[in-house]
Design a protein around this ligand. Structure first.
Ligand SMILES: NC(=O)c1ccc[n+]([C@@H]2O[C@H](COP(=O)([O-])OP(=O)(O)OC[C@H]3O[C@@H](n4cnc5c(N)ncnc54)[C@H](O)[C@@H]3O)[C@@H](O)[C@H]2O)c1
Length: 349
């Protein structure tokens, strides 16, 4: 197989999934242009570490007293010399700044991961979610049209299925019954992406990720949050009776799914596809906590709460389409993935 080196714009490349993806793209010899605004959804220092992880580097030195702006300046100048990688600390909604990047870079593919993630915070901040996720995506699609970029991969989410009663969730199921602003913004991205495919022949793959976990996981997500609380001997918030369940998908499997989508979309024209990237494995909240207890050798202290509005009860991906189309075969079982996460967590703390 011919291995083509591409100029790839990754948005949100300093986030959890983005940093793993950037590392993998660099290892394959692609040129990576990362646009990330280091937003305050969680601590910017984590995103600095993520960025350095992509570059397999820990070399840039920071002072404990550095505020966010000085730390980001040091990061930017420290990574200037890195081959095949550029970082633009910039908001995807800032049209002027983003257009400057499109003007000077010959971007061939966009992998759009930047977003305000998280179901629960979206209930308190729906307008911000709409601005970043829907308008931000539309702006990038406008630039794709204007600068003739014909390959676009976009992150969506299992949350678009809402409380779908049919299991596992298949791409053909209706996603008209979303139950959170976040999910509605992701469904909106899928729709607007189709418009740009239809009108401007942009080849498009939409990836519905199912609860991604593993080293570097966002600290607001349950596995990481519970691990921090348990290691400090604090109570963990336990919603409902423990029967809610998620299709947890390991980060390396997700990264491979994105890379395979990249191969697929760059080798074909006339593409608009929606794909589930999950693990086809259902783990209940109770089982997740038990697995963490065993991996950490710490007994969890539960604080019981009713299930919050906006949370879905169960997710499980039908991955037969992704298997067939992009040869997506997730390999990491839940226990193995949790062990890897805990090992990473212990090293980092
Ligand atoms: N992690 C999961 O389980 C999961 C599940 C389903 C879908 N997703 C989607 O995958 C994508 C990546 O998720 P993640 O878990 O890595 O989240 P993340 O928050 O770690 O990464 C998102 C990155 O986007 C950046 N960003 C946010 N707003 C921006 C803006 N306006 N301009 C530029 N950059 C901006 C953030 O600084 C962050 O680094 C998101 O689109 C998310 O909705 C994630």
């Amino acid at each position: 197989m011919i291995c083509v080196k591409l100029n790839i714009l990754v948005t949100g490349g300093s986030g959890f999934i983005g940093s793993h993806l950037c590392k993998a793209l660099l290892e394959k010899g692609h040129y990576v242009i990362n646009i990330d605004n280091f937003d305050d959804f969680y601590n910017y220092q984590i995103k600095i570490k993520n960025t350095l992880y992509s570059l397999s580097s820990e070399e840039i030195l920071f002072d404990k007293e550095d505020d966010k702006s000085s730390a980001l300046k040091k990061l930017s100048s420290g990574i200037e010399g890195f081959k095949n990688y550029s970082l633009y600390i910039c908001d995807i909604c800032d049209s002027k700044a983003v257009e400057k990047i499109f003007k000077v870079r010959s971007i061939e593919v966009i992998i759009h991961l930047a977003a305000l993630a998280g179901v629960r915070p979206s209930i308190d901040r729906p307008l911000e979610y709409e601005k970043v996720n829907v308008r931000g995506t539309t702006k990038l699609l406008e630039f794709s049209k204007k600068y003739g970029i014909k390959k676009f991969i976009c992150a969506s989410s299992s949350s678009v299925y809402g409380n779908n009663k049919k299991f596992p969730f298949s791409e053909d199921d209706s996603v008209d019954q979303t139950v959170s602003p976040y999910a509605a913004t992701k469904k909106s991205c899928e729709l607007i992406a189709h418009v740009y495919h239809h009108l401007y022949a942009i080849d498009m793959i939409i990836l519905r990720f199912f609860t991604v976990y593993g080293p570097g996981q966002r600290p607001d997500l349950a596995i990481h949050k519970f691990t921090i609380l348990m290691s400090f001997g604090e109570k963990i918030p336990f919603f409902g009776n423990g029967s809610t369940s998620r299709d947890y998908t390991y980060i390396d499997d997700i990264t491979e799914g994105i890379l395979n989508s990249l191969d697929y979309v760059t080798q074909r024209t006339g593409v608009y596809e929606i794909l589930n990237l999950g693990n086809h494995q259902n783990v209940s909240l109770k089982e997740m906590v038990k697995t963490l207890e065993s991996a950490l050798s710490i007994k969890a202290n539960l604080q019981l709460f009713p299930l919050p509005a906006g949370d879905v009860e169960k997710t499980c991906a039908d991955i037969s389409k992704a298997k067939k189309m992009i040869k997506y075969f997730p390999k990491t079982g839940f226990r193995e993935g949790i062990d890897n996460f805990v090992e990473w967590f212990k090293k980092r703390s």
